[in-house]
Design a protein around this ligand. Structure first.
Ligand code: ZN
Length: 76
């Protein structure tokens, strides 16, 4: 009995997180491209660099927003 209960809880926990829309399309999980200026000797030039995604803090997933689902979870 308790095994089944734990299994259900595990499934529910996964649903609390969704892929972060800001960085899910990048190759680097949880990171986004940004421009960084570096001194090349006589001028600053922009380089593309990877930084932690601000939206998910580099986790690649964000907590699901359940506000919209409120009142829609009757039954069971
Ligand atoms: Zn992100």
């Amino acid at each position: 009995m308790s095994k089944i209960g734990n299994y259900v809880v595990g499934l529910q926990e996964q649903e609390f997180f969704i892929e972060c829309p800001e960085c899910k399309d990048t190759d680097q999980h949880g990171k986004v491209t940004s421009e960084e200026f570096k001194w090349t000797g006589d001028m600053y030039e922009p380089f593309e660099t990877w930084v932690d995604c601000n939206n998910c803090n580099g986790l690649g997933e964000i907590e699901r927003d359940f506000d919209d689902d409120e009142g829609n979870s009757c039954g069971q």
